[in-house]
Design a protein around this ligand. Structure first.
Ligand code: PGA
Length: 254
């Protein structure tokens, strides 16, 4: 059974008080209003993860995610946070390979393979991001580019381990720009991603993998995006910063 997920990536936003207010609003709205079979993953800034834990009931519909982790378990890496640390405070998911990390912090496919390994070894579910630039979408082999991101960072995993990964397709040209991919563009790429996975791991695993769409998804376009057969939920940036709008996005999963 393919799991449906809506994850909120808060990025570098909110003071502590604002974060607490958003957490308690979202947790309550989700509890009161969401009936469908969907898991909600909240990814606040790392600094607030411990506090956030207190708002989230273990085993419930809402889970906690980090926005990144280091590839090593511990050591002299000033300013970094490791997968065992996240695991030790009850974090269940970690976003890896977000395009902003690739662009501003130079993360490579090879480094992301190591991060994915560390996350999985420590019981975290990676939400692995892939996606092409506008230049590639307009004049390049953007499908090949996304396939290579998956091959290089994930396809060393055994089938059993790969099956634990969540994928997020996030076209860079759609992130924070208000330019959402059309539901057909999202569906086409998700289909290609699933076919690529099937080529490596077989149909059964490909059919079970959760593939999220990210990039200017909001309460207005979410239902149409999520209705596509290969779109299993969303990774939501801007629209996750407002409790009412984010809850409406979660409710768009059917
Ligand atoms: P956006 O961000 O929804 O603000 O476009 C999505 C993301 O970067 O995960």
């Amino acid at each position: 059974m393919r799991k449906k997920i809506v994850a909120g990536n808060w990025k570098m936003n909110k003071t502590l008080e604002e974060a607490k207010a958003l957490l308690s609003e979202v947790v309550n709205m989700v509890k009161d209003e969401v009936t469908g079979d969907v898991t909600v993953v909240l990814c606040p800034p790392a600094l607030y993860l411990t506090t956030s834990r207190q708002y989230i009931t273990a085993g419930g519909r809402v889970a906690l995610g980090a926005q990144n982790c280091h590839e090593k378990a511990s050591g002299a890496y000033t300013g970094e946070i490791s997968a065992p640390m996240l695991q030790s405070i009850g974090v269940e998911y970690v976003i890896l390979g977000h395009s902003e990390r690739r662009q501003y912090f130079g993360e490579t496919n090879a480094q992301l393979a190591d991060k994915v390994n560390s996350a999985l070894e420590n019981g975290l579910t990676p939400i692995f991001c892939c996606g092409e630039s506008r230049e590639l979408r307009e004049n390049g082999d953007y499908i090949g580019f996304v396939k290579d991101q998956l091959t290089d960072s994930l396809f060393h995993l055994s089938a059993e381990t790969f099956a634990k990964v969540v994928i997020a397709y996030e076209p860079i040209w759609a992130i924070g720009t208000g330019l959402t991919a059309s539901s057909a563009q999202a569906q086409d790429m998700h289909f290609e991603i699933r076919r690529h996975i099937a080529g490596q791991y077989g149909d059964a695993i490909a059919q079970d993998i959760t593939i999220l769409y990210g990039g200017s998804a909001n309460e207005k376009n979410a239902a149409e995006l999520f209705a596509q057969p290969d779109v299993d939920g969303g990774l939501i940036g801007g629209a996750s910063l407002k409790s009412r709008e984010f809850t409406n996005v979660v409710k768009a999963v059917n």
